[in-house]
Design a binder for this molecule. Structure first.
Ligand code: AN7
Length: 329
C-alpha cells in the first residue's frame, strides 16, 4: 500500500468565463490539488507500487518536469532510488526544486524530452530499474480514475472534455476511464474529447513528429508523443478534436484563469481553456457542459509568471496615512 493522498480532486464550476469558452456550463478539475501539484500522481502511485511488486531496484523516467517531481516523491515515500532524465535548462524552476527536494538523481541531457524518453527506455530495458513514464500501462490505469471522479461529481459524463496534450498519456487515460464508466452504467454517454497542443509542439495536429518543439508551456514541449495512437483513438472514437493553440493564446487563458476565476495554473494547463476560447471565437463551440482539466499548479513555473504578468505594485511608506494616500482612500 502506497499513497501520498492523491486523487479525489475538486471539480469547481466557473463563475465568470464560461461564456468566453462558448459553453453553458464550465467546470475545472483541479489536478493541481494532488500532492506534488499535478495530475501525474494518480498514475505514479500505481506505477511505483507495481515496480516494488516486481522487485525493481529503482525507478526512472524522462520528463518535462511534472513526471519527475511525482516519481521523485513516490520513490522517496517508498524508499526507492529515483533517476530522472530531463532536457537541460528546459524544466520549470518549481519542478526542478521538487526533484531536488525529494532526493532524486537528476540526469540533465543535451536534447529534448523525446531524446530523454528514448534514453530512459534503453536504460530500463537493460537493467532492473523500472520505467515509470506513461508508456508503463500502470500509469494509465491510475490516471483514468480522474474520469471516474468527474462522472461521479457531475452525475454523468460532460459533453466536452478539454485537456492539454503533450506525451498524450493523459488524454488516453481519460478516454479509457470514460469508456469504462459508460460500459458500467456510471455514465449515460461519452464526452467529446477536445485535446490541445501548443502550436510549436503540435505533432498530432500536423500529423508528423516535430524535431525541435518550442513553446512557453514547457510541460508539453514534446515532438513525438509516446501515446500518439491512444490520443488519435480518443479523438476519433469520441468524435472530438485535437488542435493547436499559440503561446499568446495560452498566456491569455493563463491570465484569465487567474484574474477571473482565482485559478493560478501552469501554462500547459491553460492550453485546455485557450482551446475552448479559440473554438468559441471561431464559432465551432459545441456548447453544453464542458470540463477543463487543469493539470498543474501555477507555482510550478514562477519564471513564466514573472515574465508575462504585469504586477500591480505600489512602493509606499508604512503608515496608514501613506497607504491611504497611495490608494486615494
Ligand atoms: C501540467 O512531466 O510529459 O499528454 O514529463 O506536466 O499526458 O503528457 C508532462 C505533461 C499537461 C501533458 N499538463 O500530459 C512530464 C510530462 C501538464 C503536464 C501535460 C503535462 P500528457
Amino acid at each position: 500500500m502506497l499513497t501520498l493522498g492523491e486523487g479525489d480532486t475538486p471539480l469547481v464550476q466557473a463563475s465568470n468565463i464560461a461564456a468566453q469558452c462558448g459553453v453553458d456550463e464550465l467546470w475545472f478539475k483541479l489536478e493541481s490539488c494532488n500532492p506534488t501539484g499535478s495530475f501525474k500522481d494518480r498514475g505514479m502511485v500505481v506505477a511505483v507500487a507495481k515496480a516494488i511488486e516486481a522487485g525493481a531496484t529503482g525507478i526512472m523516467c524522462a520528463s518535462t518536469g511534472n513526471t519527475s517531481a511525482s516519481a521523485a516523491a513516490y520513490a522517496a515515500k517508498a524508499g526507492l532510488q529515483s533517476f530522472v532524465i530531463v532536457p537541460g535548462g528546459k524544466i520549470a524552476g518549481g519542478k526542478m526544486a521538487q526533484a531536488i527536494a525529494y532526493g532524486s538523481t537528476i540526469l540533465e541531457i543535451e536534447g529534448n524530452f523525446d531524446d530523454a524518453l528514448q534514453a530512459a527506455r534503453d536504460v530500463t530495458a537493460q537493467t532492473s530499474i523500472a520505467l515509470v513514464n506513461s508508456v508503463n500501462p500502470h500509469r494509465i490505469e491510475g490516471q483514468k480514475t480522474a474520469a471516474f471522479e468527474i462522472c461521479d461529481q457531475l452525475g454523468d459524463a460532460p459533453d466536452t472534455l478539454a485537456i492539454p496534450v503533450g506525451n498524450a498519456g493523459n488524454i488516453t487515460a481519460y478516454w479509457k476511464g470514460f469508456t469504462e464508466c459508460a460500459e458500467r452504467g456510471l455514465a449515460s454517454r461519452h464526452p467529446n474529447m477536445a485535446g490541445f497542443q501548443a502550436a510549436g509542439a503540435a505533432p498530432i495536429v500536423s500529423g508528423a513528429p516535430v524535431a525541435d518543439p518550442q513553446t512557453i508551456a514547457s510541460a508539453i514541449r514534446i515532438g513525438n508523443p509516446a501515446s500518439w495512437k491512444g490520443a488519435t483513438a480518443a479523438r476519433d472514437e469520441s468524435e472530438g478534436l485535437i488542435e493547436a493553440v499559440t503561446d499568446a493564446e495560452i498566456i491569455d487563458a493563463y491570465k484569465l484563469l487567474a484574474t477571473r476565476e482565482g485559478l493560478f495554473v501552469e501554462p500547459a494547463s491553460a492550453a485546455a481553456v485557450a482551446g475552448l476560447m479559440k473554438l468559441h471565437r471561431e464559432r465551432r463551440s459545441r456548447g453544453g457542459r464542458a470540463v477543463a482539466i487543469l493539470t498543474g499548479h501555477g507555482l510550478k513555473d514562477p519564471d513564466v509568471a514573472m515574465a508575462n504578468l504585469t504586477p500591480n505594485v505600489i512602493k509606499c511608506g508604512v503608515s496608514a496615512r501613506d497607504i491611504r494616500a497611495a490608494l486615494s482612500l
